[in-house]
Design a protein around this ligand. Structure first.
Ligand SMILES: Cc1cc2nc3c(=O)[nH]c(=O)nc-3n(C[C@H](O)[C@H](O)[C@H](O)COP(=O)(O)OP(=O)(O)OC[C@H]3O[C@@H](n4cnc5c(N)ncnc54)[C@H](O)[C@@H]3O)c2cc1C
Length: 286
């Protein structure tokens, strides 16, 4: 086995040889079979920049547009909220979009919001934003507390405490969670402290959060879109390019984080390699 480092594949020459840019100039390699595993377009500075799209598209290969997956989303935070809470996690929340609720953690960023629970909903959120330029997420800040129990705790006397201190002590909301509630109250035009316990309880477990867009693909964990499965045979060979196989994030699939992406990349790579072993010319050359 030989690794050829710092070789950038740029396509094929007129004889069908693979072309590489190398530190010593252009190099052509004759290959009996090739597995392309060039990744998607997230974190391009690590090498996966999706430049292969133009090369394959010029050969007529259908490619569904590359889109961010497991990505963050843009939120129009107020300056005060952004400056105070950027980088802070919303822990133990439940996020609801349409019929799906995900419990976990989300991180406030300068541009919006990201993190595990957001990534889990990212495919649906992304598609909704593509259709209607926005998506309304609901955040439950205390999903473990029933509304009745929340109302009971919010009805206890506040005394001389500030409203934020009251929320922090009565129902153990973190400063960033209280900040999020204040953002929502500001949008609705009502002061948080003026809400009756029942209204406040309702808001605490369904804070509306308007998402205005996805963060750029360069910052996404993974990539949706890629080489259409219609272009592949059962062994991951690109039908219109005999002997050329493709695997991993180059293909048109997406998956959640948690090992599923790596598993799919390894599995399609292994399947492509098995496909190569089936090629008649390899049997011939032994
Ligand atoms: C921050 C982060 C965290 C992640 N966490 C997880 C996780 O917890 N669990 C999980 O399952 N997945 C995770 N992933 C996703 C996972 O890393 C990818 O799904 C997986 O690496 C995709 O494998 P791949 O081989 O298709 O592409 P890549 O790993 O992107 O590999 C493609 C390679 O091809 C090279 N390349 C591209 N173009 C060319 C060219 N023209 N010539 C030569 N070489 C080229 C690139 O430099 C790169 O080395 C994470 C990703 C990121 C960015």
């Amino acid at each position: 086995m030989q690794f050829a480092l710092r070789h950038r594949w740029t396509g094929w020459d007129e004889n069908g040889q693979l072309l590489f840019q190398t530190p010593d100039g252009q190099r052509a390699i004759d290959a009996r079979a090739t597995v392309l595993a060039l990744g998607g377009a997230s974190w391009p500075r690590l090498g996966s920049d999706g430049a292969w799209q133009a090369t394959l598209a010029s050969k007529g290969v259908a490619i569904s547009p590359l889109r961010p997956a497991n990505c963050g989303f843009l939120v129009g935070w107020s300056e005060i909220f952004r400056d105070r809470f950027e980088g802070q996690p919303l822990k133990g929340v439940a996020l609801t979009f349409g019929p799906h609720t995900i419990r976990g953690e989300a991180l406030v960023t300068r541009a919006g919001i990201e993190g595990g629970a957001i990534y889990a909903l990212s495919a649906e959120l992304r598609e909704a934003i593509a259709k209607s330029a926005g998506a309304a997420l609901r955040v439950a800040l205390r999903p473990d507390l029933e509304t009745g129990e929340l109302i009971r705790q919010l009805s206890t006397p506040r005394g001389k405490q500030s409203f934020s201190n009251f929320l922090r002590k009565a129902i153990r909301l973190s400063p960033v969670a209280i900040g999020l509630l204040q953002e929502a109250a500001m949008v609705s035009g009502a002061a948080l402290s003026s809400l009756a316990p029942a209204k406040l309880a309702e808001l605490i477990n369904a804070v509306p959060l308007q998402l205005n867009g996805t963060t750029p693909i360069a910052r996404a964990i993974s990539t949706a879109g890629g080489i259409s499965f219609d272009e592949l045979d059962a062994d991951f060979m690109i039908r219109r390019l005999p002997g050329i196989f493709a695997a991993g994030e180059m293909l048109d699939w997406e998956a959640p984080t948690g090992g599923y992406l790596l598993q799919a990349a390894f599995a399609t790579g292994a399947a492509a390699a098995r496909g190569i072993l089936k090629l008649p010319m390899l049997f011939r050359h032994g």
